[in-house]
Design a protein. Structure first.
Lengths: 173, 174
């Protein structure tokens, strides 16, 4: 049982991935974010079950084992976050899209050929649609304005982290 | 309690070493150095902790005594390090959504026109730097002015294409 407790974050991640894939295949493949949340909570439920069984069969008090359970919850959350990023990379990363375009071509692609298939116009359109749909950006009188402040707040946090860690606010600084 | 305290201590130590090195000088190969710092901290930290486990204590808490506790520390450390590394990759390059939001925010109450968008965010800022990254990260190589995938690039693109097929998302991402 102690080894199951030790490996519970990895077991929970496996359930997370399986549940997310099943959601996409059998419920809806259009609600990616929902599928990720569903997978994450299925994994967390699995983790919870393992931890309850583990703590219940120990002779020591429940309180004494809480820190060890907390570590597993934190480990699983970090692994779930990594999986979220993996899915997100396939969905939005420019490099992955370029690799896909190159893998589908025979004999490689020149810069112009890549730009014909994937370019800034497409990137802006895709993201603007998402931002407009979620109300983060508003379109009024042929101009764009900030709508809900959530994305702006997150962007400012990212810029702050960039300044703190990298000492610059943009890759072009 | 010892697993929690020593897990946090080891993770904090890796982050402190990382921040100190970054403040002294930003490394050229940042991700490789980051992997190196976290790996060395984990291996050396666990080895020292295990060897001197009888004598080490932190905040009045003794070092873990059982082997499975060291595995638990290891899983926590690797999970948090991986989570930080994927976040770090996102910090290195400017995300298009972030650039768009900041560009609109900087235009203030006047807002931003479609034309201004094109002037400020274009292929030179969004596509060309990432294309260069594929060369520097050895995901692609140039042959007669054409980009071709390296075996590493082919493996990575296959992983994502297979995964997207499994979840039935045929639309190209990006």
């Amino acid at each position: 049982m102690v080894y199951l407790h030790m490996l519970s974050p990895i077991a929970a991640l496996a359930i997370n991935v399986l549940a997310q894939i099943c959601y996409c295949r059998f419920v809806s493949n259009k609600q990616l974010l929902k599928s990720l949340f569903f997978g994450f909570f299925c994994g967390m439920f699995m983790l919870f079950l393992i931890e309850v069984f583990y703590v219940a069969q120990l002779p020591s008090s429940v309180l004494k084992n809480i820190p060890s359970v907390f570590i597993n919850i934190a480990s699983y959350s970090a692994l779930g976050y990594c999986y979220f990023h993996f899915v997100n990379l396939g969905e939005t990363a420019r490099r992955i899209r370029m690799l896909r375009e190159l893998s589908e071509s025979k004999g490689g692609l020149s810069v112009d050929e890549i730009l014909e298939r994937y370019n800034a116009k497409e990137i802006i359109e895709n993201r603007l649609n998402r931002l407009l749909k979620s109300g983060q950006v508003i379109y009024k009188d042929n101009r764009y304005y900030i709508g809900k402040p959530v994305m702006l707040f997150m962007s400012k946090m990212v810029v702050f982290a960039k300044r703190f860690i990298l000492g610059k606010s943009s890759e072009f600084d | 309690m010892s697993v929690l305290v020593f897990s946090l201590f080891l993770t904090a130590a890796a982050f402190i070493i990382h921040f100190i090195i970054w403040k002294i000088r930003l490394p050229v190969h940042q991700k490789s150095i980051l992997i190196y710092i976290f790996s060395v901290t984990l291996i050396a930290g666990l080895a020292l902790l295990f060897k001197f486990r009888e004598n080490i204590s932190l905040l009045g808490i003794n070092a873990p005594q059982e082997l499975h506790e060291y595995f638990q520390i290891c899983i926590f450390f690797i999970s948090v390090s991986l989570a930080y590394m994927v976040t770090y990759s996102a910090l290195e390059a400017d995300s298009p959504s972030l650039v768009m939001i900041m560009t609109i925010a900087n235009s203030g109450k006047e807002g931003l026109s479609q034309k201004n968008f094109g002037e400020k965010i274009n292929n030179d800022t969004l596509i060309i730097p990432r294309l260069k990254d594929t060369l520097s990260e050895k995901l692609a190589y140039l042959k007669e002015d054409k980009y071709n995938l390296t075996p590493k690039g082919r493996i990575i693109s296959s992983i994502f294409m297979i995964y997207r097929k499994i979840i039935k998302r045929e639309r190209k991402g990006g």
